[in-house]
Structure formats: structure tokens, C-alpha cells
Ligand binder design. Structure first.
Ligand SMILES: [Zn+2]
Ligand SMILES: [Zn+2]
Length: 835
């Protein structure tokens, strides 16, 4: 037999996922000798054997079944044969600079480790809260830098015991070469302490379960930070958490023991169950089965509130006696003989539950009931991930802290997604485009927050960047994005950059990611908004490094994010209508945009339409107080013809009068074409939701209401008028129609649905006009307003009937979490990196 020898260099996600052991096994199978190692070039394999075996080996490499593996390049080169080479070895990892390999994201616990965890005969792993293997467990949140070696992970301070080392050395083990291998003998210990006294409790995990059952509030260390956990069926406890956190309404996510338990509360399709149980294990918005929550509110939502007032929803403990008629066909959780519903304080005013399943062994061990699992933070601040911060800052929020001393490198919040409705008459969301291959892409999954489980997985770009570009993203739901080679790495969710703490978190995340990828920017992109913290950081860095700065308009970035993610301009003649509907963004004319239409092709992105502009009284205040937008639209529609009945009885008239006078005098100082604000205004008018405690609350409640509307309800009119060649959505008839229905005592649910239908019809009409006037071939829906699932469905249905293809975001959020990626898209698509 003639011997041959080859060197194979592989790039991609090939470290930290059991790649070398799998290569080892494959080499043995093909009777090859040689070695495999990691170095600065990637994974380097030398193999020697017959030509036939070498080829078979190289062909099978990309087909190895490894979680998160992604091979970007595989180069084969002939080498001189090494005489006497008699075995295949895995070599120690050398430190290298400019590693071209990619760090894998954090993964949930795999089925085999779950088995180990439950296997009483497996003395090493049974019940151990950090059980993991080469195919699962944290990576991004524990690796300080590549190449992947234990000393560069937060397991560095825990040397392996002999049994762990044995596993690590044994090629047939699932933990062969598993850098963060650990067990109860050598690894971190789990601890439970009283948050006030600091006193440790014995048997931490059992004790935690018991305390949760008693209604206590716990901080629990997770993968990329801490959660706050509380029994989701305990009304008093959940409300107690809301009071302590000063978070009156914003929905909490709930962790269920398994999908069976979840199915007692929500409709879960096969695909949703798959996403929930995936290694990424995001929070998924699933439709609740009424009455999953303690109290089903009828008709109008909360009574109108003004600033300074607080919600004091009346609450009944949501327990049904055994033997009583269960509220749905599904049986409910049995607890001490009672059947329990979720507390209605979990997600007030929502038709969905943000659900997730346990993804760490620790969670598997203590989650035995539906638990609220919300990011442990203080209002406006990032998720806590350092033990000392939790003990210091949360002692008045939580009763106990369940933690361990394996450090977390960087905070990574849970990801949030939804699976687009399969009931839609039109085509499903287009299948995964070639760009995202290797990226995790369940068919209908749309991410609303792309973070743990996905970051820092790179997204492939249609061409190679001439300059390494760093995009700073937006102010709200911030992410930033590194562009280099033909890759984009979108950061984890950094939250809103309104506080010093969140700005510091942004800075830490930026440094960490730049270090991980040895990234040095040659060009900067940021938002046009002069006052965004992210824009400020962008300007400073561009100045300090003396490199070019590109300021990208907010809604153009939204469109480009969708265009780039789906590679929608891959045909040279492609032309699309981009519908960018969101809250607020800084416009090119210095007004506040948010209801914008763009025609986009290879040459340019051009604004071809918008929602008509109205005053935004009080600027930012109008976001927190939707009644301001309501008054603005009433003035815009009826002028001085005052609609007295809508100066609600029971609210502070002086406040209304003050704002009304401001609008009348045209003294708002600022105008907006925001679709999000139009939703706010309509919601305020119909539901009496005059103030909100989180952004988008009024619109979300309006959507919930509309879901119970009579399907035969006709649409409210939104007309399009042409103004110097631009389409302008006009709202005069819309508000006339709402007032008429209100005075005719039409149900709020039906008005809400009629409003949603009106918006969907306006989009459809605009799509037809754009096709006629500009030759657009499809429509892209982008911007935070399209988090509204009902609106998306209505639009899909109508555009489907009109035979207009509709594109939606999938892995890159349609909300401001996608702005950084869109800034990158803008630079890339228009060749700004080449100038
Ligand atoms: Zn595993
Ligand atoms: Zn050990």
C-alpha cells in the first residue's frame, strides 16, 4: 500500500464542541495515523494512510454530528510521508494570536447529560449541578479567550480530580478533551444563603425547592447571569416580587419543568416544543390557554391611570379545588391536592406566556413547578452576573441566593423568540436562506432578542469586507456588531443604554467580544441620533482611532438588517418595499420617524412614504404617557372641535388641559411620523390606557384585545394621499371612525381588531402602489411594531392574496436589537467600506 500524508486546516466553529476527539475517532476508523491540534490557523490535522482512506476521512469530516459545529473552510495539502508514524494523537493546544476559529455559544444540557444527572448509579454525575460534556453546557459565558483551554476558562481555578482527568484522557468518553470537565469532587459547590444574614443553608437544592414552594423569592445563578425565581402560581409571591422590583406590569418569563407541564397552560405546536427543547433554549412566546391565569379580564383592560397612580389590581388566589371542573381540557398542576393556575400578575394584559424549559442541570434539579424566572436586575440596569453584586444590590429584593463559585465572564441574557403562526393562509416565512446555513434556524422561529444560545455565532455575509467595521447599534435593546472577512458577529443583548450601569455593561461586552475575536476596527458605524449613548461612543472611538464614522439613519438600518439577513438583494435587479414601523428614531429631516416606507435596491435606499406627521407633546414623555399622543391625534383630526367626552371623567383634568393647550398652541416642538405612537394613541382612546410602565405596553394590550375581536369586523380606514411623489398615510378618517364606533358602543375588542386590519390594509395598499410606481417585487416588514404577531398575520394574509411576497426577520430581531446588524448591512450593501 502506498502511503500518503496530508495536512488539513479547518476554520469555523471547531473548538469547544468535541471536535478534536471526533476527528480522532474518525481517523482511527479509517486506519489513519497522524495528529490533530489547535493553533492560530484553526484546527490543524495531519493524517497519513491510503489515498482511499484519506479521501473518505476528508469527505466525512464536515458530516460529523457535533452540536454547533460549523465549518467555514477546509484546506487540504499534500505533505511528505513520516516514516514509522504508528498512531494518531491529539496534541496540546498552543496559544496563538488571531485565531480564525470561532467560539461556540452557550448550550443547554444535552439528553445524555440529563441521563447522567438522573442516573443513581453514575456516582460522578448523579445530581451534580454542573454536569456537562463536549456536546453541551456553557462556552461563551465561561471562555475568556481562544484557543479553548481550561486555564482560559472560568474553570481554571478548579483542577480536575483523577476521575475527571481519566474521562478527559479517554478517547471513547463523551468528555474526552472536554476542557471544563468537572464533578462534585473537584468542581464548584452549590450554595444557598440567606440574602440578609449571609447564613448558608444545608442541602441547598432541596432547600431552594422548598423555599420556592413556600413563596420565597430567590436569586439563582444561571449561565449568563442571575435570575430571580418565584413560584408562578403564588399570587402573593409574584405580586411581592413586582412590588420589590418596582415593575408593575412588564411580563415575566416562566420556566416550566417540561413541555408537558407547559402544555397545561399554553398551546404548544410540535415546532414550538422543538425550539423550547433545543440547545439554544430561548424563551418562547406561546399562546396561553384561557384561563391559564387566575383571572380572565373581560372587555376593557386596566382602568385609566395617570402618572403617580399605581396599579392595585384585585387579586384572587388562583386555586381550583380538585374535582372541580378544570378550566380547560388539559389537567392543571397538582400541588398538595389543589390544581393551580398561574398568577395573573405574571403577564398582565397578555395573550401569550414567555415560556422556557430548564437548560442548566441546576435548573433541572430545582424546577419542579412553574417558576417566574426573570433576569435579576434593577430597573434600567443590566442583568447581574457577579456574585458580589447580587448579594449587595438585591438584598432587598430576594430572600435567598442560590449560587456557586464558577465565575461568569460576561452577562448574556436569555434569548426571546416566537414561532410565526402556521395558520396563516399564505406561504410560511421563507425558508432559511443560504446565508444562515449553520446558524440555528428552525423553520418559523423569529427571534425578538438574540442573545444566550446564539451569540457569538457568526452570520455569513454575501461578500468580504474591505475594512473591519464596528457598528454600535441603537439606544434601546442595544446590540453591537463586528464585521470582518465575510462574517458578522452580533453581540448579546445589552438592554437600554439609559443608565450608567448599562453603558458600563455595554463597554465590558464590547471589550470582551473584541478580545475574543482579536478585532481592531478600521471603520465605525452608528445611529444618526445625536444623543444616543451608542452614537456618542461611536463618535469617540472614531475620533480616538482616527477612522471613518458612518451615521446610518435608524429606519434605513432596520430595512438593511432584514435585507442582509435574508440576502434579499442577491439578484442584481432586486427591488423591495421596506416597511419600517417602530417607536421612534431620528429622521433625516430631524423629526422623529417611525412609520416609514422605503424602496431599496443595489444603488440606494429611498424614503417613498410615511405616516403623516403629528405633534409629539413632551417628546419622550409621550412614550410613557400615551394619552399625550391621543390628544395630539384628536387635535390633528378635529382641531378645536373639542371632544369633551374624551377628556375622561375621573382623571386629572388639569394635566390633560395642560397638554391640550400645548398642542393647541403648536408648542410641542417636535413632530413624529411614528407608527408605534399611533398604536399608543388608538390604544389610549379605546382602552383608557393613558400611562404605561414599560415601552410598548399600550400597543401590546391593544393587540391582546384585538385577538378577541369578531373576525368579521371591518377595517378602520387609513387612506394614502400622494404628496410630492411620496405616499402619506392619513389618519383623519381613522380617528373619526374610532370615535364613531365608541359612541355606538361597539366592543373595544372589535375596534382594536378593526384598527389592526386598517393598518394591514394600508400596508397592502402601499405595496401595490410601490409595485406600480417603483417596480418593487416584494415587501419587507421591519421595526418593533412587527413584534405584533396579529398585525404580521393580517399583513401576510392580505399580501398573500395580492400575490406580493412578504419577508420577515428571523434570526436578527426586527426591533432595535437588529439595528447594529442593519448598520453593517448599509455599509456593506453600498460599498462604504471600499471608499
Ligand atoms: Zn452533555
Ligand atoms: Zn472531578
Amino acid at each position: 500500500m502506498t502511503l500518503h500524508r496530508e495536512q488539513i486546516i479547518i476554520n469555523g466553529i471547531v473548538q469547544g464542541i468535541g471536535f478534536r476527539p471526533a476527528v480522532y475517532a474518525l481517523a482511527l476508523k479509517h486506519h489513519l495515523t497522524g495528529c490533530v491540534s489547535n493553533d492560530s490557523r484553526g484546527v490543524v490535522i495531519e493524517v497519513q494512510g491510503s489515498r482511499e482512506n484519506l479521501d473518505a476521512f476528508a469527505d466525512l469530516l464536515p458530516a460529523m454530528q457535533l452540536n454547533k459545529m460549523k465549518i467555514d473552510s477546509l484546506d487540504r495539502q499534500q505533505m511528505p510521508v513520516v516514516q514509522g508514524d504508528s498512531q494518531f494523537t491529539i496534541e496540546k493546544t498552543n496559544a496563538g494570536v488571531n485565531a480564525q476559529t470561532f467560539m461556540p455559544p452557550d448550550m443547554g444540557v444535552c439528553p445524555q447529560c440529563l441521563r447522567d444527572l438522573n442516573d443513581r448509579k453514575d456516582k460522578r454525575h448523579h445530581g451534580y449541578f454542573l454536569t456537562a460534556c463536549t456536546q453541551c453546557g456553557p462556552r461563551f459565558s465561561v471562555i475568556r479567550k481562544l484557543p479553548y483551554r481550561r486555564s482560559d476558562t472560568t474553570m481554571g481555578p478548579f483542577p480536575m480530580c483523577p476521575a475527571c482527568s481519566q474521562e478527559y484522557e479517554k478517547p471513547v468518553s463523551r468528555r474526552f478533551n472536554f476542557e471544563t470537565n468537572t464533578c462534585a469532587v473537584c468542581g464548584p459547590e452549590v450554595k444557598l444563603v440567606d440574602s440578609r444574614t449571609g447564613k448558608a443553608l444545608p442541602h441547598p437544592i432541596e432547600a431552594a425547592r422548598k423555599l420556592l414552594a413556600e413563596g420565597k423569592i430567590l436569586a439563582v445563578k444561571g449561565v449568563g447571569g442571575y435570575h430571580i425565581a418565584v413560584d408562578a402560581c403564588n399570587q402573593e409571591a409574584v405580586q411581592g416580587l413586582r412590588d420589590r422590583k418596582h415593575r408593575p406590569d412588564k411580563p415575566f418569563a416562566v420556566m416550566f419543568r417540561d413541555s408537558e407541564m407547559l402544555r397545561q397552560y399554553a398551546e404548544v405546536s410540535e415546532e414550538e416544543a422543538e425550539v423550547l427543547a433545543s440547545l439554544e433554549s430561548p424563551i418562547l412566546l406561546v399562546k396561553k390557554i384561557p384561563p391559564a391565569f387566575g383571572e380572565a379580564r373581560q372587555g376593557r383592560l386596566n382602568p385609566p391611570l395617570l402618572k403617580g397612580e399605581t396599579t392595585t389590581a384585585e387579586i384572587s388566589f388562583p386555586t381550583l379545588k380538585k374535582g372541580g371542573r378544570p378550566p380547560s381540557e388539559a389537567s392543571l398542576v397538582k400541588d398538595g391536592g389543589d390544581l393551580k393556575l398561574l398568577s395573573n400578575a405574571v403577564a398582565p394584559g397578555q395573550a401569550t406566556i414567555g415560556a422556557m424549559l430548564p437548560y442548566t442541570p441546576l435548573q433541572v434539579l430545582f424546577v419542579d413547578r412553574p417558576l417566574v424566572m426573570t433576569s435579576a436586575n434593577l430597573s434600567g440596569q443590566p442583568m447581574f452576573y457577579r456574585d458580589a453584586d447580587v448579594r449587595e444590590c438585591l438584598k432587598n429584593v430576594v430572600d435567598y441566593v442560590l449560587y456557586h463559585d464558577r465565575e461568569i465572564v460576561t452577562n448574556v441574557d436569555d434569548s426571546v423568540g416566537r414561532v410565526a403562526s402556521s395558520q396563516s393562509n399564505t406561504k410560511k416565512i421563507p425558508p432559511s436562506p443560504p446565508l444562515l446555513k449553520g446558524g440555528t434556524a428552525h423553520l418559523g422561529l423569529q427571534l425578538l432578542r438574540r442573545s444566550r444560545g446564539y451569540v457569538p455565532e457568526a452570520l455569513a455575509l454575501p461578500r468580504i469586507f474591505q475594512r473591519k467595521t464596528l457598528c454600535f447599534g441603537a439606544q434601546q435593546k442595544n446590540t453591537f456588531c463586528l464585521g470582518f472577512g465575510d462574517k458578522a458577529v452580533l453581540s448579546q443583548h445589552n438592554g437600554d443604554l439609559d443608565t450608567l450601569e448599562s453603558q458600563e455593561a455595554f463597554d465590558r461586552a464590547l471589550r470582551h467580544l473584541m478580545q475574543v475575536f482579536s478585532f481592531h476596527p478600521e471603520m465605525i458605524a452608528g445611529d444618526m441620533h445625536p444623543e444616543y449613548a451608542s452614537s456618542r461612543f461611536a463618535r469617540h472611538m472614531a475620533e480616538a482611532l482616527e477612522i471613518p464614522l458612518i451615521e446610518v439613519q435608524h429606519h434605513e438600518a432596520h430595512v438593511m438588517a432584514g435585507v442582509l439577513e435574508q440576502n434579499l438583494l442577491r439578484e442584481p435587479k432586486a427591488k423591495l418595499l421596506g416597511v419600517a414601523f417602530d417607536g421612534t428614531g431620528y429622521g433625516r429631516d430631524e423629526t422623529i420617524w417611525g412609520g416609514e416606507l422605503f424602496v431599496v435596491d443595489h444603488k440606494a435606499i429611498e424614503r417613498v412614504g410615511h405616516l403623516e406627521r403629528v405633534q409629539m407633546p413632551g417628546g419622550e414623555y409621550a412614550i410613557r404617557e400615551p394619552y399625550r399622543m391621543m390628544l395630539s391625534y384628536l387635535w390633528h383630526t378635529f382641531g378645536d372641535q373639542r371632544i369633551d367626552s374624551f377628556f375622561h371623567s375621573g382623571v386629572h383634568n388639569q394635566v390633560f388641559e395642560g397638554v391640550w393647550e400645548m398642542i393647541k398652541g403648536g408648542r410641542s416642538g417636535i413632530e413624529t411620523s411614528s407608527m408605534g405612537r399611533l398604536f399608543d394613541a388608538a390604544s389610549a382612546l379605546v382602552t383608557g390606557r393613558h400611562t404605561v410602565s414599560y415601552e410598548g405596553q399600550a400597543a401590546m394590550e391593544f393587540e391582546t384585545l384585538a385577538l378577541s375581536g369578531n373576525p368579521r369586523t371591518g377595517a378602520l380606514p387609513i387612506a394614502i394621499r400622494m404628496d410630492s411623489g411620496k405616499m402619506v398615510f392619513t389618519t383623519t378618517e381613522l380617528f373619526g371612525g374610532i370615535l364613531k364606533r365608541l359612541s355606538n358602543q361597539v366592543r373595544a375588542e372589535d375596534i382594536a381588531l378593526a384598527f389592526h386590519k386598517g393598518v394591514a390594509e394600508a400596508i397592502t395598499a402601499a405595496a401595490l402602489i410601490a409595485r406600480e410606481q417603483h417596480g418593487t417585487q416584494g415587501v419587507l416588514l421591519t421595526g418593533g411594531v412587527f413584534q405584533n404577531g396579529l398585525l404580521c398575520e393580517l399583513v401576510r394574509h392580505r399580501l398573500g392574496k395580492a400575490k406580493v411576497p412578504v419577508y420577515e426577520h428571523r434570526l436578527v430581531p426586527m426591533n432595535d436589537g437588529g439595528i447594529a446588524f442593519g448598520q453593517l448591512g448599509y455599509v456593506l450593501m453600498y460599498g462604504l467600506d471600499k471608499r
